[in-house]
Design a protein around this ligand. Structure first.
Ligand code: F6R
Length: 259
Protein backbone atom coordinates (compact mmCIF):
# COMPACT_ATOMS: atom_id res chain seq x y z
CA UNK A 1 0.00 0.00 0.00
CA UNK A 2 1.40 3.40 -0.97
CA UNK A 3 0.66 6.05 1.66
CA UNK A 4 0.99 9.69 0.61
CA UNK A 5 0.80 12.28 3.39
CA UNK A 6 0.52 15.92 2.34
CA UNK A 7 0.35 19.05 4.49
CA UNK A 8 -3.15 20.24 3.55
CA UNK A 9 -6.48 18.93 2.27
CA UNK A 10 -6.01 21.00 -0.89
CA UNK A 11 -2.60 19.46 -1.61
CA UNK A 12 -3.91 15.95 -0.99
CA UNK A 13 -6.84 16.58 -3.34
CA UNK A 14 -4.60 18.13 -6.01
CA UNK A 15 -2.37 15.06 -5.78
CA UNK A 16 -5.41 12.80 -6.28
CA UNK A 17 -6.55 14.86 -9.28
CA UNK A 18 -3.05 14.71 -10.84
CA UNK A 19 -3.00 10.95 -10.29
CA UNK A 20 -6.34 10.52 -12.08
CA UNK A 21 -5.22 12.88 -14.85
CA UNK A 22 -2.09 10.75 -15.47
CA UNK A 23 -4.20 7.62 -15.70
CA UNK A 24 -6.53 9.26 -18.23
CA UNK A 25 -3.57 10.50 -20.29
CA UNK A 26 -2.23 6.91 -20.39
CA UNK A 27 -5.64 5.42 -21.18
CA UNK A 28 -8.04 7.85 -22.75
CA UNK A 29 -11.00 5.42 -22.55
CA UNK A 30 -10.35 4.59 -18.89
CA UNK A 31 -13.12 3.38 -16.62
CA UNK A 32 -13.29 5.37 -13.38
CA UNK A 33 -15.04 4.31 -10.20
CA UNK A 34 -16.29 7.39 -8.37
CA UNK A 35 -17.50 8.32 -4.90
CA UNK A 36 -19.72 11.06 -3.50
CA UNK A 37 -19.44 12.86 -0.13
CA UNK A 38 -17.08 15.54 1.17
CA UNK A 39 -13.70 13.84 0.75
CA UNK A 40 -13.76 13.92 -3.05
CA UNK A 41 -15.09 17.45 -3.55
CA UNK A 42 -11.76 19.28 -3.88
CA UNK A 43 -10.50 16.54 -6.20
CA UNK A 44 -13.52 17.01 -8.47
CA UNK A 45 -12.98 20.79 -8.42
CA UNK A 46 -9.33 20.28 -9.43
CA UNK A 47 -10.38 17.93 -12.27
CA UNK A 48 -12.91 20.49 -13.52
CA UNK A 49 -10.17 23.15 -13.55
CA UNK A 50 -7.89 20.86 -15.55
CA UNK A 51 -10.68 20.30 -18.07
CA UNK A 52 -11.50 24.02 -18.27
CA UNK A 53 -7.88 24.92 -18.88
CA UNK A 54 -7.79 22.45 -21.79
CA UNK A 55 -5.37 20.08 -20.04
CA UNK A 56 -7.61 17.04 -20.22
CA UNK A 57 -10.74 15.61 -21.74
CA UNK A 58 -13.25 13.12 -20.36
CA UNK A 59 -14.82 12.49 -23.77
CA UNK A 60 -13.94 8.80 -23.85
CA UNK A 61 -14.21 8.09 -20.14
CA UNK A 62 -16.79 5.82 -18.51
CA UNK A 63 -17.68 6.14 -14.83
CA UNK A 64 -19.35 3.91 -12.27
CA UNK A 65 -20.40 5.38 -8.95
CA UNK A 66 -20.16 3.34 -5.79
CA UNK A 67 -23.65 3.80 -4.50
CA UNK A 68 -27.07 5.42 -4.54
CA UNK A 69 -29.88 5.84 -2.01
CA UNK A 70 -32.88 3.55 -2.47
CA UNK A 71 -36.05 5.49 -3.19
CA UNK A 72 -34.54 8.74 -4.45
CA UNK A 73 -35.27 9.59 -8.07
CA UNK A 74 -32.30 10.84 -10.12
CA UNK A 75 -33.61 14.43 -10.08
CA UNK A 76 -33.93 14.43 -6.25
CA UNK A 77 -31.44 16.95 -4.93
CA UNK A 78 -30.05 14.45 -2.38
CA UNK A 79 -29.63 11.63 -4.89
CA UNK A 80 -26.08 10.78 -5.77
CA UNK A 81 -26.96 11.22 -9.46
CA UNK A 82 -27.87 14.83 -8.70
CA UNK A 83 -24.68 15.25 -6.66
CA UNK A 84 -22.48 13.88 -9.46
CA UNK A 85 -24.14 16.07 -12.10
CA UNK A 86 -23.76 19.16 -9.90
CA UNK A 87 -20.25 18.50 -8.65
CA UNK A 88 -18.60 17.02 -11.74
CA UNK A 89 -20.46 15.78 -14.80
CA UNK A 90 -22.18 19.08 -15.73
CA UNK A 91 -18.80 20.83 -15.84
CA UNK A 92 -16.79 18.44 -18.04
CA UNK A 93 -17.12 16.99 -21.54
CA UNK A 94 -18.10 13.49 -20.38
CA UNK A 95 -20.81 11.64 -22.33
CA UNK A 96 -23.49 11.40 -19.62
CA UNK A 97 -24.77 8.14 -21.15
CA UNK A 98 -21.53 6.58 -19.96
CA UNK A 99 -21.89 7.74 -16.34
CA UNK A 100 -23.38 4.83 -14.42
CA UNK A 101 -24.94 5.04 -10.96
CA UNK A 102 -26.89 2.15 -9.39
CA UNK A 103 -30.58 2.38 -10.38
CA UNK A 104 -32.58 2.66 -7.20
CA UNK A 105 -35.92 3.86 -8.51
CA UNK A 106 -36.81 0.69 -10.40
CA UNK A 107 -38.35 -1.74 -7.90
CA UNK A 108 -36.46 -4.77 -9.22
CA UNK A 109 -33.38 -3.98 -7.17
CA UNK A 110 -31.89 -7.42 -7.63
CA UNK A 111 -31.96 -7.01 -11.39
CA UNK A 112 -30.46 -3.47 -11.11
CA UNK A 113 -27.60 -4.92 -9.04
CA UNK A 114 -26.96 -7.80 -11.46
CA UNK A 115 -27.01 -5.38 -14.40
CA UNK A 116 -24.55 -3.09 -12.65
CA UNK A 117 -22.09 -5.92 -12.13
CA UNK A 118 -22.42 -7.16 -15.70
CA UNK A 119 -22.05 -3.67 -17.19
CA UNK A 120 -18.83 -3.12 -15.24
CA UNK A 121 -17.52 -6.47 -16.52
CA UNK A 122 -18.61 -5.87 -20.10
CA UNK A 123 -16.61 -2.62 -20.17
CA UNK A 124 -13.43 -4.35 -19.04
CA UNK A 125 -13.61 -3.56 -15.29
CA UNK A 126 -12.73 -0.45 -13.32
CA UNK A 127 -9.25 0.99 -13.91
CA UNK A 128 -9.21 3.14 -10.80
CA UNK A 129 -11.74 3.22 -7.99
CA UNK A 130 -11.81 6.41 -5.93
CA UNK A 131 -12.95 5.91 -2.33
CA UNK A 132 -13.65 7.91 0.79
CA UNK A 133 -13.80 6.18 4.16
CA UNK A 134 -16.66 6.26 6.66
CA UNK A 135 -15.75 6.88 10.31
CA UNK A 136 -17.15 3.37 10.92
CA UNK A 137 -14.89 1.92 8.22
CA UNK A 138 -17.42 1.61 5.41
CA UNK A 139 -16.27 1.81 1.81
CA UNK A 140 -19.13 2.54 -0.57
CA UNK A 141 -22.05 1.72 1.71
CA UNK A 142 -20.51 -1.57 2.79
CA UNK A 143 -21.21 -1.17 6.47
CA UNK A 144 -19.35 -3.07 9.24
CA UNK A 145 -19.79 -6.87 8.97
CA UNK A 146 -20.44 -6.69 5.20
CA UNK A 147 -19.13 -9.80 3.50
CA UNK A 148 -15.61 -9.12 2.26
CA UNK A 149 -16.52 -10.78 -1.03
CA UNK A 150 -19.92 -9.09 -1.46
CA UNK A 151 -21.18 -7.86 -4.84
CA UNK A 152 -23.49 -4.98 -5.72
CA UNK A 153 -26.62 -5.24 -3.57
CA UNK A 154 -29.06 -3.43 -1.30
CA UNK A 155 -27.59 -2.57 2.12
CA UNK A 156 -29.24 -1.26 5.25
CA UNK A 157 -27.38 1.82 6.49
CA UNK A 158 -26.17 1.97 10.08
CA UNK A 159 -27.39 4.66 12.47
CA UNK A 160 -23.84 6.10 12.42
CA UNK A 161 -23.94 6.56 8.63
CA UNK A 162 -27.46 8.00 8.72
CA UNK A 163 -26.38 10.51 11.38
CA UNK A 164 -23.16 11.44 9.54
CA UNK A 165 -25.08 12.07 6.31
CA UNK A 166 -28.03 13.85 7.95
CA UNK A 167 -26.11 17.12 7.42
CA UNK A 168 -27.07 16.96 3.74
CA UNK A 169 -30.83 16.59 4.39
CA UNK A 170 -33.23 19.36 5.41
CA UNK A 171 -35.38 18.83 8.55
CA UNK A 172 -38.53 18.08 6.54
CA UNK A 173 -36.78 15.66 4.14
CA UNK A 174 -37.02 11.91 4.68
CA UNK A 175 -33.56 10.40 4.74
CA UNK A 176 -33.30 6.98 3.12
CA UNK A 177 -32.10 4.11 5.29
CA UNK A 178 -31.28 1.76 2.40
CA UNK A 179 -28.82 2.08 -0.46
CA UNK A 180 -27.55 0.05 -3.38
CA UNK A 181 -23.80 -0.21 -3.14
CA UNK A 182 -21.05 -1.92 -5.09
CA UNK A 183 -19.89 -4.83 -2.96
CA UNK A 184 -16.48 -5.15 -1.36
CA UNK A 185 -15.66 -7.87 -3.90
CA UNK A 186 -16.67 -5.49 -6.70
CA UNK A 187 -14.41 -2.75 -5.31
CA UNK A 188 -11.53 -5.22 -4.84
CA UNK A 189 -11.81 -6.25 -8.51
CA UNK A 190 -10.75 -2.71 -9.55
CA UNK A 191 -7.28 -2.64 -11.06
CA UNK A 192 -6.24 0.24 -8.84
CA UNK A 193 -7.77 1.94 -5.80
CA UNK A 194 -7.22 5.50 -4.55
CA UNK A 195 -8.58 6.24 -1.08
CA UNK A 196 -8.80 9.84 0.09
CA UNK A 197 -8.93 10.75 3.78
CA UNK A 198 -9.16 14.38 4.81
CA UNK A 199 -9.33 15.97 8.26
CA UNK A 200 -8.72 15.01 11.86
CA UNK A 201 -12.15 13.30 12.13
CA UNK A 202 -10.84 10.64 9.70
CA UNK A 203 -7.55 9.90 11.50
CA UNK A 204 -8.75 6.83 13.42
CA UNK A 205 -10.42 5.36 10.34
CA UNK A 206 -7.27 5.94 8.26
CA UNK A 207 -5.12 4.23 10.91
CA UNK A 208 -7.48 1.22 10.90
CA UNK A 209 -7.42 0.99 7.10
CA UNK A 210 -3.62 1.03 6.92
CA UNK A 211 -2.45 -0.51 10.19
CA UNK A 212 -5.46 -2.29 11.73
CA UNK A 213 -6.31 -5.96 11.45
CA UNK A 214 -8.19 -7.01 8.30
CA UNK A 215 -11.76 -7.48 9.42
CA UNK A 216 -15.29 -7.21 8.06
CA UNK A 217 -15.96 -5.17 11.21
CA UNK A 218 -13.89 -2.40 9.58
CA UNK A 219 -14.49 -2.97 5.85
CA UNK A 220 -11.85 -0.50 4.60
CA UNK A 221 -9.14 -2.69 6.14
CA UNK A 222 -9.64 -5.19 3.27
CA UNK A 223 -7.68 -2.77 1.07
CA UNK A 224 -4.52 -4.19 2.68
CA UNK A 225 -5.14 -7.26 0.52
CA UNK A 226 -5.30 -5.34 -2.76
CA UNK A 227 -2.00 -5.15 -4.61
CA UNK A 228 -2.41 -1.66 -6.05
CA UNK A 229 -3.76 0.80 -3.48
CA UNK A 230 -2.76 4.39 -2.86
CA UNK A 231 -4.03 6.18 0.24
CA UNK A 232 -3.80 9.97 0.02
CA UNK A 233 -4.26 11.94 3.23
CA UNK A 234 -3.58 15.34 4.72
CA UNK A 235 -1.41 15.50 7.84
CA UNK A 236 -4.43 15.67 10.19
CA UNK A 237 -6.02 12.54 8.75
CA UNK A 238 -2.60 10.86 9.08
CA UNK A 239 -2.09 11.90 12.70
CA UNK A 240 -2.98 8.51 14.25
CA UNK A 241 -0.66 6.48 12.04
CA UNK A 242 1.96 4.63 14.11
CA UNK A 243 4.42 4.54 11.22
CA UNK A 244 3.86 8.17 10.15
CA UNK A 245 7.60 8.92 9.70
CA UNK A 246 8.15 5.72 7.75
CA UNK A 247 5.41 6.64 5.24
CA UNK A 248 6.95 10.10 4.76
CA UNK A 249 10.31 8.43 4.11
CA UNK A 250 8.96 5.76 1.74
CA UNK A 251 7.13 8.38 -0.30
CA UNK A 252 10.38 10.39 -0.61
CA UNK A 253 12.05 7.22 -1.89
CA UNK A 254 9.14 6.65 -4.26
CA UNK A 255 9.44 10.17 -5.68
CA UNK A 256 13.22 9.81 -6.04
CA UNK A 257 13.41 6.39 -7.67
CA UNK A 258 10.01 5.61 -9.22
CA UNK A 259 8.67 8.88 -10.67
C1 F6R B 1 -19.86 7.85 -1.04
C2 F6R B 1 -19.48 6.67 -0.30
C3 F6R B 1 -19.05 6.72 1.12
C4 F6R B 1 -18.19 7.94 1.48
C5 F6R B 1 -17.86 7.93 2.96
C6 F6R B 1 -17.07 9.15 3.36
O1 F6R B 1 -20.24 7.53 -2.36
O2 F6R B 1 -19.53 5.63 -0.84
O3 F6R B 1 -18.35 5.54 1.43
O4 F6R B 1 -17.01 7.91 0.71
O5 F6R B 1 -19.04 7.91 3.71
O6 F6R B 1 -17.89 10.27 3.23
P1 F6R B 1 -17.29 11.74 3.34
O7 F6R B 1 -16.31 11.87 2.26
O8 F6R B 1 -18.50 12.63 3.16
O9 F6R B 1 -16.70 11.84 4.69
Amino acid sequence: MRVVILPTEQEASDFAADFIEKLIIDKENAVLGLATGSSVLLTYEALIKKYQSGKMSFKNITTFNLDEYVGLKPHHIQSYRHYMNRKLFNHIDIDQKRTYIPECFNKDYELSCENYESTIKSLGGIDIQVLGIGTNGHIGFNEPTSSLSSRTRVKTLTQNTIENNSRFFKDNETQPSLAITMGIGTIMDSKQILLLGLGKHKSKAIAEVIEGPVSSFFPGSILQQHKNVIVVVDKHAASDLKLYDYYIHTEKMHQKYMC
